[in-house]
Design a protein around this ligand. Sequence first.
Ligand code: IVH
Length: 683
Amino acid sequence: MPDETPPRSVRDRVEGLTRLIRYHDHRYHVLDDPEISDFQYDLLLRELEALEARWPALAADDSPTKRVGSPQTFEGARPEGPGEALAPVRHTRPMLSLENAFDREEMEDWFRRVQEGSGTEEVSFIAEPKIDGLAVEIVYRDGVLSVGSTRGRGDEGEDVTPNLRTIPSIPLILRTTGSPPELLEVRGEVYMDKNDFRRLNRTLTEKGEDPFANPRSAAAGSLRQKDPSVTAGRPLHIVSHGPGEIRGLDFSNQTEFLEGISDLGLPTHPAWWICKTPEDVFQRYRDLLEERERLPYEIDGLVVKVDDYGLQARLGARARNPRWAIAYKFPATQEVARILRVEVQVGRLGTLTPVAILEPVLVGGVKVSRATLHNQDEIDRKDIRIGDAVVIQRAGDVIPEVVKPITSSRTGKEKRFRMPRRCPSCQTKVILPEGEVRHRCPNIDCPDQVRGRIRHFASRSALDIEGLGVKLIDQLVAEELIRDPSDIFFLRPDQIEALERKAEKSTENLMKAIEEARGRPLHRVIYALGIQDVGEVAARDLADQFGTIDKLISASPDDLEEVYGVGPNVAKSIHDFFLLPRNQSLVTRLSEGGVRFPETVRKEGDLRGRVFVFTGTLPGLDRSEAMGLVRERGGRVSSSVSKKTDFVVAGEKAGAKRKKAEGLGVKILSEEEFRRMLKLPKE
Ligand code: IVH
């Protein structure tokens, strides 16, 4: 029924969808500032595709479903710095994008389609991590880098040649023994590591500039600069993942391509897998999803490709996407939700944290209804208001956070948030210490603080008291059976049973868990005390350095500062903690309650927390090997001598560092002594 007239409502919807998709294309591709997740975007696109399939008369030639890429215009684009937009570059072959699959069913559907298109041929797949960055094309002529561009609209991108040249891992000349290929166009992904992204944002914020929303935007924003020296200062990497036009080289499948360009000196994905069956692909997907959080860069899925280039050519492409590849996406870590109201939480140290209460959404398969807003400063800086639709983000075990508001969807009814004047838990007047951004409740007996301290004390990484969970703690505090953590060790079984109407068995288990907690290693007890700024790592270092709780308690700020990683602020907060009579009596009461504070005894050869400096020539030692050995045994290597240095390994011609060590009374080791300490064989 091609000439059937579509109803008005359908025409309106198609028009609306088209406008919406264009808007989001612009936000994503041009502004590097997307407002919706890939998943939500895909839903819009799929709906439009479905309507156009049903009503072909509505499928305009310039419909977003037919274009390769997206940006409509370069107006408002973000090449930063003065001047115009970057110059356009035409791609010899259009740079397509990928169809997305969000679940197993959609993947199975794709496998079916591929198999149908391949006939009886046995299909082999290659699976590559989908790094979340910015697609670029680099052109090498006769082995020399000539042009580099962004994907842009697909048929045409932006010239970023000088910027790409600043990325250290991109070879300017291909590594060949014979004659280089006449033409090699490679496509790849430019990205930024998660840690570098955080560091960059910190620097930008300190300079009063806007931070980036995620590593992808940071990579895109860093590459699309007018001034390449800005790009040069940004830690960018690249992986190559596909061919453009090639002359003078022949690859018959993706595997050969990846190996071939890697030999030419181009960086490729650190891992990729040949999959013989769909089941292999599903297994790789699960493995990679499990590893995702541990990777230094962000990946948003697995790209699955038909390995054989001949078959790829036969399968061909649709308007935007090839039929021979698909992106099997991971659950999103960012979603959009509305802020219903803001609650203020009081932490164990009295810090007030505003928390957004959200209309529940699924983020990466987990229901999220609360997200932290950090503090009033952050709320003001990001201009987040109650009633706003906001982007929320969840990564691994971290608490979900509000990234930014979507200002375009404001109605005018949104309200600004102000921190309450009084603590929501105990009504004490809230303070904002000079130079700090976090408001605090100064009342140390504030019920929320008390509960928080006890929860921390019993938590998995502290004394790990199984069975003493949030609910039970709240009950025990409400009944005034516990006022501080030491009270835990004076609880009687009958008190717990009366309270919980608990089965005898679970009380028994809890008493057992409390008994076990009495013998936990010193560093866990130190951590459990909940001293400000003393995390698990610092607690371990303190235990290693001082050995006993008494020595830690009587340590001066100077002694404390000698511990690696402990600066003046942390030293002060430890010292202040033990000066307070209530904390002294906490330690005493813990001890009376049977907590043993076992001494930390160092095994021979255990260098945990020990700091080494190497200086002078060590004829019988390979210096980097020696450093490696120190690190393997838990020690640290530093390049300069300070009072935090435990040992200076001094060889021949050791000069200033040796002198400094002598001045500070730091132990100096000869090569021979170092060997003995590490039990290395004699030279
Ligand atoms: S293949 C036609 N392989 O994902 C083939 N793309 O949504 C298209 N991407 O534009 C590219 N890792 O920026 C391919 N291993 C990989 C990839 C990858 C990341 C990006 C690329 C592409 C987008 C598609």
